[in-house]
Design a protein around this ligand. Structure first.
Ligand code: FES
Length: 136
């Protein structure tokens, strides 16, 4: 009775190896299918929506923009470095991830509290005609 189980395991194992091989072959084929690079600045709208001493999370773009001091804007990835949740907002000069409680500084994205192991990656941000432009 144990033979059919072993056979199924063998089939599953071989299928997994075949899939892994196909994936590896696809990766090493040099087909040019790499992560898409940034296609230019992302327009996030009016800079006036980002309060001084606070920030705004742009969930669709996975970006958080802060304004630590008047006229000084910073942009970071909104993807928490702990487990990948999107950060929820900016409260008391900290970018907050409510998944497990990590908090990041609004001026440098540095971890200030919680399980996150690394700062939020920083992006370039500029203000053009009153609008925020972020380049990942
Ligand atoms: S994913 Fe943000 S604290 Fe865990």
């Amino acid at each position: 009775m144990s033979e059919p189980v072993a056979s199924r395991r063998t089939v599953l194992c071989c299928a997994a190896v075949a899939l892994a091989g196909a994936t590896a072959a696809g990766c090493s084929s040099g087909s040019g299918k790499e992560e898409p690079k940034s296609s230019g600045p992302i327009d996030l709208g009016s800079a006036s929506e980002v309060p001084v001493g606070g920030g705004k999370v742009y969930r669709e773009q996975a970006v958080v923009v802060t304004q630590p001091a008047a006229g000084e804007y910073k942009a970071f990835s909104a993807k928490c470095t702990h487990a990948g949740c999107l950060v929820n907002g900016v409260v008391k000069e900290q970018i907050q991830c409510l998944c497990h409680g990590s908090r990041f500084g609004i001026s440098d994205g540095a971890v200030q509290d919680g399980p996150a192991p690394k700062p939020l990656p920083e992006y370039k941000v500029a203000v053009q005609d009153g609008k925020l432009e972020v380049t990942k």
